[in-house]
Design a protein around this ligand. Structure first.
Ligand code: MRU
Length: 342
């Protein structure tokens, strides 16, 4: 697999192929889905992950649902598709791109002249629009970096997490194309998106990357080697409060202490226009088995784990949010609204 073929999601014409990200970097294996329930399971089990990729997968899941039910159940297909939408909506709670995509598809389904072809065309458009947004954000973010040398990123926000190219990793790719930089990636425990996915993706691109343990970030910043932290987002409230992979909040606090700038890169599909602040955001808690060594998984074990997989960074700790519609410096509700309906 080379850089031109890193694709988390592939539409085959009649099915959705999903690169099983749990098996990277050792194995590149695609699983194939022909119904929405299968796609929902692929999202819940993290075969596909990353907010934009989750939204795109869900859109294709609805296209599969319509293809399945439209001809076989001409009178009841909308109700059957609605059941599949509900299944997809339960797959993961924090990434708002999932619900943005489901709402876009639902609005289309409520219109007239809906056919499997029009629904599939909309899913493909959601996919293409995300890639387009990534490229725009890449250039806008790279403009802000100017000659900055040291960059630290967290989790995986690249082609694997999006329709293609990436959000934070897209900015890093665009910036690196302009001039070489020193890129650091957090391991991103417990699931190791940084070690397994970001390091792998950057290597595919021919971009050198230095992996650090999450706990080394403070000392790295103290050394002066990093001038920007660049991350993605799973949900951004109207005031700029940002939910992202667990550990992002800690990085933002450390950035303030060390004079390092904090950049969040996300398409406008990641902004929750209904949510004034992060106060009511649902933070996904995943199974403690993802964290605990097997020896602690027995009955009556005295060792348990707390496993929130996202945290919230208050807008006050973010220097800039980059969207495809423009950048928001020192995010506030007014700044966020400026990209709402351009
Ligand atoms: O749990 P994950 O791997 O789905 O979490 C992914 C992240 O937190 C990413 O930073 C976010 O979705 C932005 S991806 C472009």
């Amino acid at each position: 697999m080379n850089k031109l073929t890193v694709q988390a999601l592939q539409w085959t014409g009649f099915s959705l192929k999903v690169l099983d990200q749990r098996r990277l970097p050792e194995d590149c294996v695609y699983d194939e889905y022909t119904d929405a329930a299968g796609v929902a399971e692929a999202i819940a089990s993290m075969r596909v992950r990353g907010a934009p990729a989750i939204g795109i997968a869900a859109a294709y899941g609805i296209a599969l649902s319509v293809c399945e039910h439209f001809l076989l159940a001409p009178l009841t297909w909308r109700a059957l598709v609605k059941q599949d939408i509900d299944i997809l909506a339960r797959s993961r709670p924090t990434a708002v791109n999932l619900f943005t995509a489901l709402n876009t598809m639902t609005a289309h389904l409520q219109g007239q002249h809906v056919t499997p072809a029009t629904v599939l065309a909309l899913a493909k458009k959601i996919h293409a629009d995300d890639i387009d947004a990534n490229h725009k954000m890449g250039e806008l973010g790279a403009d802000l970096l100017a000659d900055a040398q040291g960059i630290l990123t967290h989790c995986n926000t690249g082609a694997l997490a999006t329709g293609g190219y990436g959000t934070a990793l897209g900015v890093i790719r665009s910036a690196y194309a302009r001039q070489a930089r020193t890129i650091y990636a957090d391991e991103t425990r417990p699931w190791l998106q940084g070690a397994r996915l970001t390091a792998w993706e950057l290597a595919q691109e021919g971009i050198p990357v230095t992996l650090i343990a999450d706990s080394a970030a403070a000392w790295l910043m103290r050394s002066g080697a990093v001038s920007w932290i660049i991350v993605g987002a799973d949900r951004i409230a109207c005031n700029g409060d940002t939910a992202n992979k667990i550990g992002t909040y800690g990085l933002a606090v450390l950035a303030k202490q060390h004079g390092v700038k904090m950049m969040v890169v996300a398409p406008t599909t990641t902004i929750d226009w209904e949510m004034p602040t992060a106060e009511d955001m649902v933070i996904e808690q995943r199974n403690q088995n993802e964290l605990l060594p097997a020896c602690y998984l027995q009955e009556n074990s005295l060792v348990s784990a707390w496993n929130p997989v996202f945290d919230i960074t208050p807008a006050a700790l973010i220097d800039v949010i980059v969207t495809e519609r423009g950048v928001i410096m020192q995010p506030s509700e007014q700044g966020m609204r400026s990209v709402q309906c351009r």
